[in-house]
Design a protein around this ligand. Structure first.
Ligand code: GDP
Length: 340
């Protein structure tokens, strides 16, 4: 098959992706991020026909935890298993660079020249339907282009990051001793998002203590700590006889390349856990349903925002509100046409 020309449609690019053309994959992802709504939507439709990668692994954690360093190591570990590996590095905080900061750091890595590795960064630039939607479509593009294992890296714990990271089958949370916010992070619910904990910088003081602290917190946690169980809900979990998943807490060093065997083992064990056929079916349905809801919500919200754009009617209601002639909730009802 010849490479698609410069004027190739998203469908042609998707076809070329499926034939393993990585430049077509790159172009299709760029279209997903297009500021031109029509182009981005067409790309999203085309990407929607491509399969998700066999394995998607999320990597998150606070800045400075060593995520980029770890990612470089993790990519090498998966490559050593013979897999073709993709990386989608997402930085929602960078509207102007398109996440270039994260991506460039990774691009500098040892895998730059490996044709079995595909690295892509995404920011909040463009991404009409929201960053998480674009990232989800990008996963399909990479899956379609034959990358079996795809990492999604993201920073922070805001709404966009949470949506992005929840696209992954397995979530690894990088933690590091001495950031002073260990307890805070746990309070914020980090215990509940991770399938695997990576206590990084094992060569530094405090790492072992942090590992023990996390293990203790997991042990003492009164709630349901398994992400899978929470995602599916208690009823379905019971119906599926979902076994307990206790997140392993691993001492690793991205810099010294230690803990790799344990990481590979934990990722394989979690993959096997998810692959139980009834569970895999339920999770696939759950993932797509969740994504449909957030995409539909986003679409409705965008449509509504366009309808509610500043105008004479809005100004008149605001004046009524300011003068105390109408309450804010009543004004909103009227704005939405829910009030006579
Ligand atoms: P990120 O912000 O989470 O992506 O963190 P980086 O990967 O950029 O790493 C932050 C700093 O920690 C860098 O200076 C790394 O060299 C250093 N670092 C990463 N992993 C290790 C490790 O295992 N041990 C030590 N001592 N330093 C590390």
């Amino acid at each position: 098959m010849t490479a698609p020309g410069a004027s190739a449609t998203p469908e042609e690019l998707a076809k070329a992706c499926a034939a393993g053309d990585r430049r077509a994959a790159s172009r299709l992802i760029s279209l997903l991020e297009s500021p031109v709504a029509r182009d981005a939507q067409a790309a999203s439709r085309a990407a929607g026909t491509l399969p998700l990668p066999k394995q998607t692994i999320g990597l998150t954690g606070p800045p400075g935890a060593g995520k980029s360093t770890l990612l470089d190591y993790l990519v090498g570990l998966e490559r050593a298993l013979g897999k073709r590996v993709g990386v989608v590095a997402v930085d929602p905080s960078s509207p102007f660079t398109g996440g270039a900061l994260l991506g460039d750091r990774i691009r500098m890595s040892s895998h730059r020249s490996d044709s079995g590795v595909f690295i892509r960064s995404m920011g909040s630039r463009g991404a009409q339907g929201g960053l998480a939607s674009a990232a989800s479509d990008a996963l399909r593009v990479l899956g379609g282009a034959g990358f079996e294992c795809v990492f999604i890296e993201t920073v922070g714990a805001g709404q966009a990051e949470t949506e992005v990271i929840s696209l992954a089958d397995t979530i690894c949370l990088a933690q590091v001793a001495g950031l002073g916010d260990d307890i805070q992070l746990m309070k914020m619910g980090i215990l509940e998002i991770a399938d695997v904990f990576l206590v990084n910088k094992a060569d530094r003081p405090g790492a072992r203590e942090l590992k023990e602290q996390i293990e203790l917190a997991l042990h003492e946690s009164p709630g349901e700590t398994s992400r899978t169980r929470r995602m599916l809900g208690p009823q379905l979990s019971t119906q599926l006889k979902l076994p307990v998943w206790t997140p392993p807490v691993l001492l690793v060093s991205g810099l010294d390349h230690t803990g790799g065997d344990e990481i590979v083992q934990a990722l394989t064990r979690h993959r096997t856990y998810l692959d139980e056929p009834a569970l895999a079916t339920a999770l696939r349905r759950n993932r797509i349903a969740r994504e449909m809801v957030w995409r539909a919500t986003r679409r409705l919200s965008d449509e509504l925002a366009a309808q509610l754009a500043p105008g004479a009617a809005l100004a008149a209601l605001a004046d009524d509100c300011a003068a105390g002639r109408i309450s804010l909730p009543d004004a909103i009802d009227r704005l939405l046409g829910k009030h006579p």
